[in-house]
Design a protein around this ligand. Structure first.
Ligand SMILES: NC(=O)C1=CN([C@@H]2O[C@H](COP(=O)(O)OP(=O)(O)OC[C@H]3O[C@@H](n4cnc5c(N)ncnc54)[C@H](OP(=O)(O)O)[C@@H]3O)[C@@H](O)[C@H]2O)C=CC1
Ligand SMILES: O=C([O-])CC(=O)C(=O)O
Length: 272
Protein backbone atom coordinates (compact mmCIF):
# COMPACT_ATOMS: atom_id res chain seq x y z
CA UNK A 1 0.00 0.00 0.00
CA UNK A 2 1.62 3.27 -1.16
CA UNK A 3 1.42 6.32 1.11
CA UNK A 4 0.70 9.55 -0.77
CA UNK A 5 1.05 13.23 0.12
CA UNK A 6 -0.76 15.84 -1.97
CA UNK A 7 0.48 19.38 -2.70
CA UNK A 8 -2.42 21.41 -4.12
CA UNK A 9 -6.07 20.83 -3.23
CA UNK A 10 -7.70 22.58 -6.19
CA UNK A 11 -9.60 21.02 -9.09
CA UNK A 12 -7.02 18.37 -9.93
CA UNK A 13 -5.87 17.64 -6.37
CA UNK A 14 -9.45 17.18 -5.20
CA UNK A 15 -10.24 14.63 -7.89
CA UNK A 16 -6.99 12.74 -7.31
CA UNK A 17 -7.79 12.62 -3.58
CA UNK A 18 -11.38 11.43 -4.16
CA UNK A 19 -10.10 8.61 -6.39
CA UNK A 20 -7.57 7.48 -3.78
CA UNK A 21 -10.33 7.65 -1.16
CA UNK A 22 -12.54 5.36 -3.28
CA UNK A 23 -9.96 2.54 -2.85
CA UNK A 24 -9.67 2.15 -6.62
CA UNK A 25 -5.99 1.20 -6.23
CA UNK A 26 -3.76 0.28 -3.27
CA UNK A 27 -2.92 3.69 -1.84
CA UNK A 28 -3.71 5.89 1.11
CA UNK A 29 -3.66 9.70 1.16
CA UNK A 30 -1.93 10.56 4.42
CA UNK A 31 -1.05 14.29 4.22
CA UNK A 32 -2.18 17.32 2.22
CA UNK A 33 -1.16 20.97 1.87
CA UNK A 34 -2.54 23.94 -0.06
CA UNK A 35 -1.61 27.63 0.15
CA UNK A 36 -5.34 28.15 0.68
CA UNK A 37 -6.34 26.69 4.05
CA UNK A 38 -9.96 26.79 2.86
CA UNK A 39 -9.10 24.55 -0.12
CA UNK A 40 -7.34 21.92 2.01
CA UNK A 41 -10.10 21.94 4.67
CA UNK A 42 -12.83 21.67 2.05
CA UNK A 43 -11.04 18.71 0.47
CA UNK A 44 -10.54 16.87 3.75
CA UNK A 45 -14.24 17.30 4.56
CA UNK A 46 -15.13 15.38 1.38
CA UNK A 47 -12.97 12.35 2.25
CA UNK A 48 -13.82 9.26 4.29
CA UNK A 49 -10.18 8.57 5.21
CA UNK A 50 -9.07 11.96 6.50
CA UNK A 51 -5.46 12.97 5.73
CA UNK A 52 -3.57 15.34 8.02
CA UNK A 53 -3.28 18.97 6.84
CA UNK A 54 0.34 20.03 7.32
CA UNK A 55 1.41 23.61 8.07
CA UNK A 56 3.70 24.13 5.06
CA UNK A 57 4.60 22.37 1.83
CA UNK A 58 8.04 21.23 3.08
CA UNK A 59 6.37 19.20 5.85
CA UNK A 60 4.81 16.86 3.27
CA UNK A 61 8.00 15.05 2.35
CA UNK A 62 9.33 14.75 5.92
CA UNK A 63 6.43 12.37 6.71
CA UNK A 64 6.32 8.57 6.36
CA UNK A 65 5.15 8.64 2.71
CA UNK A 66 6.29 7.21 -0.65
CA UNK A 67 5.44 10.01 -3.07
CA UNK A 68 4.47 13.68 -3.15
CA UNK A 69 1.90 14.49 -5.85
CA UNK A 70 2.15 18.11 -6.99
CA UNK A 71 -1.03 19.69 -8.43
CA UNK A 72 -0.45 23.30 -7.36
CA UNK A 73 1.68 25.65 -9.50
CA UNK A 74 5.08 26.10 -11.12
CA UNK A 75 6.17 28.14 -8.07
CA UNK A 76 5.29 25.21 -5.81
CA UNK A 77 7.51 22.93 -7.91
CA UNK A 78 10.41 25.39 -7.75
CA UNK A 79 9.98 25.65 -3.98
CA UNK A 80 9.74 22.00 -2.91
CA UNK A 81 10.88 19.59 -5.63
CA UNK A 82 14.51 19.32 -4.53
CA UNK A 83 13.67 18.82 -0.86
CA UNK A 84 11.21 16.04 -1.75
CA UNK A 85 14.04 14.11 -3.45
CA UNK A 86 16.51 14.95 -0.64
CA UNK A 87 13.98 13.45 1.77
CA UNK A 88 14.14 10.31 -0.41
CA UNK A 89 10.58 10.48 -1.70
CA UNK A 90 9.33 10.13 -5.27
CA UNK A 91 7.59 13.09 -6.89
CA UNK A 92 4.84 13.45 -9.49
CA UNK A 93 4.71 16.89 -11.14
CA UNK A 94 1.73 18.38 -13.01
CA UNK A 95 3.02 21.98 -13.23
CA UNK A 96 5.68 20.78 -15.65
CA UNK A 97 6.47 24.26 -17.01
CA UNK A 98 8.76 24.74 -13.99
CA UNK A 99 11.19 22.24 -15.52
CA UNK A 100 11.88 24.43 -18.58
CA UNK A 101 14.23 26.43 -16.36
CA UNK A 102 17.40 24.51 -17.31
CA UNK A 103 19.09 25.00 -13.96
CA UNK A 104 16.06 23.56 -12.13
CA UNK A 105 15.86 20.64 -14.56
CA UNK A 106 19.57 19.83 -14.13
CA UNK A 107 19.45 20.07 -10.33
CA UNK A 108 16.40 17.77 -10.14
CA UNK A 109 17.81 15.34 -12.67
CA UNK A 110 21.04 15.03 -10.65
CA UNK A 111 19.05 14.70 -7.41
CA UNK A 112 17.04 11.78 -8.84
CA UNK A 113 20.33 9.96 -9.48
CA UNK A 114 21.94 10.96 -6.15
CA UNK A 115 18.95 9.96 -4.01
CA UNK A 116 17.75 7.12 -6.27
CA UNK A 117 14.25 8.59 -6.55
CA UNK A 118 12.00 9.19 -9.57
CA UNK A 119 10.09 12.20 -10.87
CA UNK A 120 6.94 11.22 -12.79
CA UNK A 121 5.52 13.58 -15.45
CA UNK A 122 2.11 12.33 -16.62
CA UNK A 123 1.12 13.02 -20.25
CA UNK A 124 -1.41 15.50 -18.85
CA UNK A 125 -3.85 17.08 -21.27
CA UNK A 126 -2.26 15.63 -24.42
CA UNK A 127 -1.63 12.28 -26.11
CA UNK A 128 1.15 11.07 -28.40
CA UNK A 129 4.23 11.55 -26.18
CA UNK A 130 5.03 7.83 -26.60
CA UNK A 131 5.42 8.30 -30.38
CA UNK A 132 7.38 11.56 -30.06
CA UNK A 133 9.73 9.91 -27.56
CA UNK A 134 10.43 7.07 -29.98
CA UNK A 135 11.29 9.36 -32.92
CA UNK A 136 13.22 11.93 -30.87
CA UNK A 137 16.55 11.36 -32.64
CA UNK A 138 14.92 11.98 -36.06
CA UNK A 139 12.65 14.87 -35.10
CA UNK A 140 13.10 18.10 -37.12
CA UNK A 141 10.07 20.18 -36.16
CA UNK A 142 7.51 20.11 -33.37
CA UNK A 143 4.58 22.45 -32.76
CA UNK A 144 1.43 22.73 -30.68
CA UNK A 145 -1.58 24.93 -31.34
CA UNK A 146 -3.83 25.29 -28.31
CA UNK A 147 -7.34 26.70 -28.58
CA UNK A 148 -9.32 27.63 -25.50
CA UNK A 149 -12.31 29.81 -24.65
CA UNK A 150 -11.17 33.34 -23.64
CA UNK A 151 -12.36 32.71 -20.06
CA UNK A 152 -9.85 29.83 -19.81
CA UNK A 153 -6.95 32.20 -20.56
CA UNK A 154 -7.91 34.83 -17.99
CA UNK A 155 -5.35 35.83 -15.37
CA UNK A 156 -2.31 34.79 -17.44
CA UNK A 157 0.84 36.92 -16.97
CA UNK A 158 0.87 37.59 -20.72
CA UNK A 159 -2.06 40.03 -20.39
CA UNK A 160 -0.14 42.30 -17.97
CA UNK A 161 1.72 43.67 -21.02
CA UNK A 162 -0.88 43.26 -23.74
CA UNK A 163 -3.74 45.39 -25.07
CA UNK A 164 -5.89 42.33 -25.79
CA UNK A 165 -9.20 42.44 -23.93
CA UNK A 166 -10.41 38.84 -23.61
CA UNK A 167 -13.97 40.02 -22.87
CA UNK A 168 -14.15 41.72 -26.29
CA UNK A 169 -13.05 38.76 -28.42
CA UNK A 170 -15.92 37.76 -30.71
CA UNK A 171 -14.15 35.47 -33.20
CA UNK A 172 -11.19 33.09 -33.16
CA UNK A 173 -8.07 35.18 -32.39
CA UNK A 174 -4.35 34.39 -32.16
CA UNK A 175 -3.18 35.46 -28.71
CA UNK A 176 0.39 34.14 -28.74
CA UNK A 177 2.83 32.81 -31.33
CA UNK A 178 6.30 31.91 -30.09
CA UNK A 179 8.40 29.27 -28.39
CA UNK A 180 7.43 26.85 -25.62
CA UNK A 181 10.06 28.50 -23.42
CA UNK A 182 8.23 31.86 -23.61
CA UNK A 183 4.75 30.32 -23.51
CA UNK A 184 5.10 28.46 -20.19
CA UNK A 185 6.22 31.56 -18.35
CA UNK A 186 3.56 33.83 -19.88
CA UNK A 187 0.71 31.28 -19.50
CA UNK A 188 1.84 29.20 -16.50
CA UNK A 189 -1.59 27.65 -15.85
CA UNK A 190 -2.45 26.99 -19.50
CA UNK A 191 0.34 25.44 -21.45
CA UNK A 192 2.26 22.97 -19.28
CA UNK A 193 1.59 20.57 -22.15
CA UNK A 194 4.13 22.54 -24.24
CA UNK A 195 6.73 21.80 -21.55
CA UNK A 196 5.93 18.08 -21.78
CA UNK A 197 6.38 18.19 -25.55
CA UNK A 198 9.65 20.15 -25.24
CA UNK A 199 11.14 17.76 -22.70
CA UNK A 200 10.12 14.74 -24.77
CA UNK A 201 11.27 16.13 -28.12
CA UNK A 202 13.64 18.87 -29.29
CA UNK A 203 13.69 21.31 -26.39
CA UNK A 204 11.75 24.42 -25.43
CA UNK A 205 13.42 26.88 -27.82
CA UNK A 206 12.72 24.71 -30.88
CA UNK A 207 9.15 23.75 -29.92
CA UNK A 208 6.68 26.21 -31.44
CA UNK A 209 3.50 27.25 -29.62
CA UNK A 210 0.40 29.09 -30.81
CA UNK A 211 -2.41 29.95 -28.40
CA UNK A 212 -5.81 30.88 -29.85
CA UNK A 213 -8.89 32.21 -28.08
CA UNK A 214 -12.20 31.02 -29.50
CA UNK A 215 -15.37 32.46 -27.92
CA UNK A 216 -17.45 29.75 -29.61
CA UNK A 217 -15.63 26.69 -28.30
CA UNK A 218 -16.58 24.53 -25.33
CA UNK A 219 -13.30 22.58 -25.49
CA UNK A 220 -9.59 22.92 -24.75
CA UNK A 221 -8.10 21.69 -28.02
CA UNK A 222 -4.44 20.80 -28.53
CA UNK A 223 -3.22 20.17 -32.10
CA UNK A 224 0.31 18.74 -32.27
CA UNK A 225 2.45 18.34 -35.41
CA UNK A 226 5.78 16.52 -35.42
CA UNK A 227 7.89 15.84 -38.51
CA UNK A 228 11.34 14.61 -39.43
CA UNK A 229 13.24 11.75 -41.11
CA UNK A 230 10.79 9.23 -39.62
CA UNK A 231 7.78 10.83 -41.36
CA UNK A 232 5.03 12.93 -39.79
CA UNK A 233 2.69 12.64 -36.83
CA UNK A 234 -0.34 14.80 -36.00
CA UNK A 235 -2.49 14.56 -32.91
CA UNK A 236 -5.61 16.56 -32.12
CA UNK A 237 -6.99 16.25 -28.63
CA UNK A 238 -10.38 17.90 -28.00
CA UNK A 239 -10.73 18.03 -24.24
CA UNK A 240 -13.69 19.08 -22.18
CA UNK A 241 -12.51 21.50 -19.50
CA UNK A 242 -12.88 20.55 -15.86
CA UNK A 243 -16.14 21.98 -14.52
CA UNK A 244 -14.42 23.77 -11.59
CA UNK A 245 -11.40 25.10 -13.47
CA UNK A 246 -11.90 25.83 -17.20
CA UNK A 247 -8.12 26.20 -17.71
CA UNK A 248 -7.61 22.52 -16.86
CA UNK A 249 -8.83 19.69 -19.09
CA UNK A 250 -10.56 16.59 -17.80
CA UNK A 251 -7.89 14.47 -19.56
CA UNK A 252 -5.11 16.09 -17.48
CA UNK A 253 -6.83 14.96 -14.28
CA UNK A 254 -7.46 11.44 -15.60
CA UNK A 255 -3.83 11.24 -16.74
CA UNK A 256 -2.59 12.17 -13.26
CA UNK A 257 -4.82 9.50 -11.73
CA UNK A 258 -3.70 6.85 -14.25
CA UNK A 259 0.00 7.59 -13.60
CA UNK A 260 -0.56 7.30 -9.88
CA UNK A 261 -2.49 4.05 -10.32
CA UNK A 262 0.44 2.63 -12.32
CA UNK A 263 2.86 3.75 -9.57
CA UNK A 264 0.79 2.07 -6.87
CA UNK A 265 -0.14 -1.20 -8.62
CA UNK A 266 1.83 -4.29 -9.63
CA UNK A 267 0.24 -4.91 -13.01
CA UNK A 268 0.97 -5.57 -16.66
CA UNK A 269 2.13 -2.23 -18.13
CA UNK A 270 0.89 -1.33 -21.61
CA UNK A 271 2.52 1.21 -23.96
CA UNK A 272 5.92 2.89 -24.27
N1 LIG B 1 0.55 18.83 -17.12
C1 LIG B 1 -0.62 19.15 -17.66
O1 LIG B 1 -1.00 18.67 -18.74
C2 LIG B 1 -1.52 20.06 -16.92
C3 LIG B 1 -1.09 20.73 -15.80
N2 LIG B 1 -1.94 21.55 -15.12
C4 LIG B 1 -1.40 22.22 -13.94
O2 LIG B 1 -1.70 21.44 -12.77
C5 LIG B 1 -1.78 22.31 -11.63
C6 LIG B 1 -3.07 22.03 -10.85
O3 LIG B 1 -4.18 22.35 -11.67
P1 LIG B 1 -5.62 22.65 -11.03
O4 LIG B 1 -5.87 21.77 -9.87
O5 LIG B 1 -6.58 22.68 -12.14
O6 LIG B 1 -5.39 24.14 -10.48
P2 LIG B 1 -6.26 24.89 -9.34
O7 LIG B 1 -5.96 26.33 -9.52
O8 LIG B 1 -7.67 24.43 -9.38
O9 LIG B 1 -5.62 24.36 -7.97
C7 LIG B 1 -4.31 24.64 -7.57
C8 LIG B 1 -4.31 24.79 -6.05
O10 LIG B 1 -2.94 24.85 -5.61
C9 LIG B 1 -2.79 25.99 -4.77
N3 LIG B 1 -1.41 26.48 -4.89
C10 LIG B 1 -0.86 27.24 -5.86
N4 LIG B 1 0.44 27.49 -5.60
C11 LIG B 1 0.71 26.86 -4.44
C12 LIG B 1 1.89 26.74 -3.65
N5 LIG B 1 3.05 27.33 -4.01
N6 LIG B 1 1.84 25.99 -2.51
C13 LIG B 1 0.67 25.42 -2.14
N7 LIG B 1 -0.49 25.50 -2.83
C14 LIG B 1 -0.46 26.22 -3.98
C15 LIG B 1 -3.81 26.98 -5.27
O11 LIG B 1 -4.09 27.92 -4.25
P3 LIG B 1 -4.49 29.44 -4.71
O12 LIG B 1 -5.73 29.31 -5.53
O13 LIG B 1 -4.64 30.13 -3.41
O14 LIG B 1 -3.32 29.91 -5.55
C16 LIG B 1 -4.99 26.07 -5.58
O15 LIG B 1 -5.77 25.82 -4.41
C17 LIG B 1 -1.69 23.75 -12.18
O16 LIG B 1 -0.38 24.27 -12.06
C18 LIG B 1 -2.04 23.58 -13.65
O17 LIG B 1 -1.48 24.58 -14.47
C19 LIG B 1 -3.24 21.69 -15.49
C20 LIG B 1 -3.71 21.06 -16.61
C21 LIG B 1 -2.87 20.26 -17.46
O1 LIG C 1 -5.49 21.25 -19.38
C1 LIG C 1 -5.12 21.68 -20.49
O2 LIG C 1 -5.79 21.59 -21.53
C2 LIG C 1 -3.75 22.25 -20.64
C3 LIG C 1 -3.28 23.04 -19.52
O3 LIG C 1 -4.00 23.69 -18.80
C4 LIG C 1 -1.83 23.03 -19.28
O4 LIG C 1 -1.09 22.38 -20.05
O5 LIG C 1 -1.37 23.69 -18.32
Amino acid sequence: MKRIALLGCGSMGTQIALTIDSNDFPAVLTHVYDASKAASSSLVEKLNNKPEIVENSHLLSSQHIDIVVEAASQDAVKDVALSVLQNKKDLMIMSVGALLDESIYDILSDACKDFKKTIYLPSGAIAGLDGIKSVKSELESLSITTTKHPRSLKGAKFFENSDINLDKIDSITTIFDGTAKEAVSLFPANINVAALLSLTGIGSKQTKVRILADPNTDKNTHHIEASGKFGKMTFTIENFPDKNNPKTSRLAILSAIETLKKYCSDEIQIGT
